[in-house]
Design a binder for this molecule. Sequence first.
Ligand SMILES: C[S@@+](CC[C@H](N)C(=O)[O-])C[C@H]1O[C@@H](n2cnc3c(N)ncnc32)[C@H](O)[C@@H]1O
Length: 216
Amino acid sequence: MRMRKKPWAKDMIKKRTDCVISSPEILKGKWHSLGFGTIVVEVGAGKGDYWIGMGEKNPDELWIAVEKNIDAAAMALKKSLACTKENMKFIVDDANQIDLWFEDGEVDRIHLNFSDPWPKKAHTKRRLTYGTFLKRYEKILKKDGCIIMKTDNARLFEYSLVTFSENEWLLKDVSVDFRREVHDEDVITEYENNFMQLGQPIYRAIFQVSGEKKDE
Ligand SMILES: C[S@@+](CC[C@H](N)C(=O)[O-])C[C@H]1O[C@@H](n2cnc3c(N)ncnc32)[C@H](O)[C@@H]1O
């Protein structure tokens, strides 16, 4: 995502001590101590529409956004100034370290919304559904925990169906036109809104960590 530099981004991130977790590794294994039974992580939260909307809709769940682009993160934090609740936290960092921040089996659910497709072969490893990312997610998810992925990108969707399958995840649900029906339970992300306006279908799948693998 190309985004204009925000000269105020670093200050905004610094100022939001109420929700930015600057050393998430300190909370590894202790996220439940923040007072929530269910822990949900959104990787690549962008400007935060989904994180804000879902955090508000689900006050009993802890919603943790991860975003590596400081300008996007600052926009999300600015947007959420008036509405951030105790159950909404933000990590401004690269998710390639996600297993340093969460203990094995600590997370209930991960959301991947409109992840960058990185179409060139040379950039495959950057895709958030590349095998090494899946291994990290598998580690931190609890037994039977799941990943919910939404995308407009058919190629990324096809690629991801294969990588999840190769890594022995269970496909629990799949849709090639998720917004064909009304889903009030699921907030529309900024990117999703753009693609819906263009009349493009939204692909969505739910992948579950194989319980047997977690038992190994
Ligand atoms: C295409 S945008 C989608 C934003 C938002 N999820 C939406 O649906 O509107 C993808 C976002 O993922 C972030 N991202 C990509 N790779 C990441 C990584 N390894 N760790 C954290 N954020 C990442 C990018 O910086 C970008 O903001």
